[in-house]
Design a protein. Structure first.
Length: 190
C-alpha cells in the first residue's frame, strides 16, 4: 500500500511550449493559480524547451528542500505513447527515469500530455521502481487542452484528501469515472 507522507501535496510543474507561435499565451499556469487561490495548493512553475532544461529543473526539484513539500511533479508537455516532447526533441519514460533515478521518493508524477501512458503497465511499473515514485498518472489518449487541464485540477484536489493512493484512485473513479473513461486517464501506484 502506497502512502504519502502528508495530505498537502504541492505541485512542481515543468511545462513545454504548446505552439511555436510566440504570440499564443496558452499555459497551464492559470490553472495552477486557480488551485493556489482556491485550494491553497502552492506551486513552482518552470518552462522547459530543451532536454537540458528538463534535466536541470528535475535535478533542482528533487533536492530535499523542494521534493518534500512539492510532492506532485506535473509534466505538462505534448506527448505520444511512452514519451514527452520538448520542442522537436523526444524524451522517453526510460530516459526520464534515468534522469530522476531514485529521486522521486514519495512523489506522484503526473503526465499532463497526450497518450504518454498508452503503454504496457509493466513499463510504468519499471518507471515507478526506477524513480522510486509513489504513483504515476496521465493519459492514454489524445486529450484537448481545456478538458484535460480541468481534470488535472480535479485530480490534484483529490490528491490533497488522502495519503493512501488507493483511496485517491477509488474516489477519482467514484466521482469522475465518466471523465476518466473519456480522457483515458490512468493512475498506477505501488
Amino acid at each position: 500500500m502506497a502512502l504519502a507522507k502528508a495530505y498537502d501535496k504541492h505541485i512542481c510543474c515543468l511545462e513545454g511550449d504548446w505552439t511555436s507561435d510566440l504570440s499564443v499565451k496558452q499555459s497551464i499556469r492559470s490553472a495552477l493559480d486557480f488551485l493556489e487561490v482556491n485550494s491553497n495548493i502552492k506551486y513552482i512553475h518552470k518552462n522547459c524547451a530543451t532536454r537540458e532544461q528538463l534535466s536541470h529543473y528535475l535535478k533542482k526539484y528533487t533536492l530535499r528542500k523542494y521534493a518534500v513539500k512539492y510532492s506532485i511533479c506535473y509534466l505538462a508537455f505534448h506527448g505520444d505513447p511512452n514519451l514527452i516532447y520538448l520542442g522537436k526533441e523526444k524524451v522517453t519514460l526510460e530516459e526520464l527515469a534515468e534522469i530522476a533515478r531514485g529521486k522521486f521518493s514519495n512523489m506522484i508524477i503526473h503526465f499532463g500530455s497526450c497518450s504518454t501512458l498508452k503503454i504496457d503497465k509493466s513499463r510504468i511499473i519499471k518507471f515507478l521502481e526506477a524513480t522510486n515514485a509513489l504513483a504515476v498518472s496521465g493519459y492514454t489518449s489524445d486529450v484537448a487542452f481545456l478538458p484535460s487541464s480541468i481534470f488535472d485540477m480535479l485530480f490534484f484536489e483529490m490528491c490533497q484528501q488522502y495519503k493512501n493512493t488507493k483511496w485517491i484512485d477509488k474516489n477519482m473513479n467514484k466521482y469522475y469515472g465518466n471523465l476518466i473513461q473519456q480522457l483515458g486517464f490512468r493512475f498506477i501506484y505501488r
